[in-house]
Design a protein around this ligand. Structure first.
Ligand code: AMP
Length: 391
C-alpha cells in the first residue's frame, strides 16, 4: 500500500508517521484517533473521554511527535536541550507501554524519549534524563522527586498529555499532578484523557484546558455483549464459601476476583490459598515488584485466580480470562463495566458473576441503570445451605 492510500493520510499525518503506522499494519484509524489527531495537529487543546483499548495512545503520541519534529531546531546547545513533550500517566506499566509506543511510532524521526516511574532505583532513570529527551513519559511522584532534585526542568514543555486522569484521582495522585502542572510554562498544548468524568476531573479540566475540542468515545458495548453476566444473591458471611465453590468449577480457567478494599483483597487471596486454590492479590499497597510478580504468575498460569481492587481493573491487560467475579460490588457503577471488560476479550467469550448481599442492593440498581439491563439471577446451587438460607 502506498502512503497516500493509507486510511491515516486524511488525518494530516506526515510521511515518517504514516510509514510507522503502516509498519504496524493498522487498517484504519480507530474512532478516538480519527477525532483527536486532526484537532491535536491544529494545536488545539483536546479533552477526550476514552478508555484503554480504544487506541488512545496513538491518538496523542502521533500528533505530538509530528509537532515536535516540525518545530525549528532548538537553539540550545545539545547538552541543554529542553524536554518539549511531557506525558503523565498513573502507573509504571502504562508509562512503559507508552514509551514503547513512542519509540515504535517515532522510528522514522530523530527524536529522543525517556521514561521515569517509581518503584525502581532512580539512578538509571537519572542517567537517561541527562541525555536530554524530547519526550518524557512519567508517573507523577517520581517526576516530582527529579524536579525537586533539579534533575528535570519542565519550562521548555510545549505539549502536555494527562493520561487516565480518573485513575490518577482513584490512586490519590491529583495533588502531585497539580504540582507537576504548575511547573509547566503558561503556553502549551494540553491533551487530556480520562475514561470517566467524575466531578473532581471536570474541575481539573477547567483549570488545565483552554477552549478544548471535546471528544467522547463510548466504550464498545460489544465487549460486554460477549460477557455472560449474572448476579448471585449471597449473604456477606457466605460469600467466601460460595466463591470457593464457583472457583472449583471445571470451566474456570483464569479468574479475576474484585474486592472493594485492599485489605479485603489480601485477606481473600490468603484464605483461597489456604483452601487450596492458588491465588495472588494485586492492589495499591503492594510494591511494584510484588504487583508484577502477581501479574506474571497469573499470566503464566501458575495462579488461576487474581484478587484485585478497582484501581487495577484497567491495568489487567491479559487475554484468556474466563471469569470475572465481583466478590464485592463496586461503589461506582462505571467500575462494573471496567471490571467485566477484563473477560470476553479478543473475540473470546467470558462470564461475569456478581455477588450481591442485602446492603449492596442499591449498588446493583445503579449498575443495572448504567448498563440498561437487568442482570439474570443465578442461584448459588453449589452451596445448598446458602440457597436455603436465602429463601
Ligand atoms: P491503546 O488504547 O492505546 O492502549 O491501544 C490498544 C491497542 O490497539 C494497542 O495494542 C495498539 O497497538 C492497537 N492499535 C492502536 N491503534 C490501532 C488501529 N488504528 N488499528 C488497530 N490497532 C490499533
Amino acid at each position: 500500500m502506498t502512503l497516500q492510500a493509507s486510511a491515516f493520510a486524511p488525518l494530516g499525518l506526515s510521511t515518517p508517521l504514516l510509514r510507522a503506522v503502516l509498519d504496524e499494519k493498522y487498517a484504519s484509524p480507530s474512532p478516538v484517533q480519527a477525532e483527536v489527531i486532526p484537532h491535536a495537529l491544529s494545536g488545539r487543546d483536546v479533552l477526550a473521554c476514552a478508555q484503554t483499548g480504544t487506541g488512545k495512545t496513538a491518538a496523542f503520541v502521533l500528533p505530538i511527535l509530528q509537532q515536535l519534529a516540525a518545530q525549528p531546531p532548538p537553539s540550545h546547545p545539545p547538552a541543554r536541550r529542553p524536554i518539549r513533550a511531557l506525558v503523565l500517566t498513573p502507573t509504571r506499566e502504562l508509562a512503559a507501554q507508552i514509551a514503547e509506543r513512542v519509540s515504535v511510532y517515532g522510528r522514522y524521526l530523530k527524536l529522543r524519549h525517556g521514561v521515569v516511574y517509581g518503584g525502581v532505583n532512580p539512578n538509571r532513570q537519572e542517567l537517561a534524563l541527562r541525555t536530554q529527551p524530547d519526550v518524557l513519559v512519567a508517573t507523577p511522584g517520581r517526576l516530582l522527586d527529579f524536579i525537586r532534585q533539579g534533575v528535570v526542568r519542565l519550562d521548555g514543555v510545549t505539549h502536555f498529555v494527562l493520561d487516565e486522569a480518573d485513575r490518577m484521582l482513584d490512586m490519590g495522585f491529583l495533588p502531585d499532578v497539580r504540582r507537576v502542572f504548575a511547573e509547566l510554562p503558561p503556553t502549551k498544548q494540553v491533551l487530556f484523557f480520562s475514561a470517566t468524568m467524575p466531578p473532581a476531573i471536570e474541575a481539573l479540566t477547567r483549570t488545565m484546558l483552554r477552549n478544548p475540542a471535546r471528544v467522547a468515545i463510548t466504550p464498545k458495548v460489544t465487549t460486554a455483549e460477549r460477557v455472560d453476566q449474572s448476579v448471585m444473591f449471597v449473604d456477606r458471611a457466605d460469600k467466601r464459601k460460595v466463591l470457593e465453590s464457583v472457583l472449583r468449577e471445571a470451566d474456570v480457567e483464569r479468574a479475576v476476583v474484585f474486592t472493594r478494599t485492599k485489605h479485603g483483597a489480601s485477606r481473600l487471596s490468603a484464605q483461597l490459598d489456604r483452601a487450596g486454590i492458588a491465588a495472588a492479590a494485586i492492589h495499591g499497597d503492594k510494591t511494584q515488584s510484588a504487583r508484577e510478580r502477581a501479574l506474571d504468575s497469573f499470566r503464566t498460569g501458575q495462579t488461576r485466580v487474581l484478587v484485585a481492587t478497582d484501581v487495577f481493573a484497567r491495568g489487567i491487560d491479559i487475554d484468556g480470562i474466563s471469569h470475572v467475579i465481583n466478590f464485592d460490588l463496586p461503589n461506582v457503577a462505571e467500575s462494573y463495566v471496567h471490571r467485566i471488560g477484563r473477560t470476553g476479550r479478543a473475540g473470546a467469550s467470558g462470564r461475569a458473576i456478581s455477588f450481591c448481599d442485602r446492603e449492596e442492593r442499591p449498588l446493583l440498581t445503579d449498575i443495572e441503570r448504567l448498563i440498561q439491563r437487568r442482570l439474570p439471577v443465578q442461584a448459588a446451587t453449589a452451596m445448598p445451605n446458602v440457597s436455603r438460607k436465602l429463601k
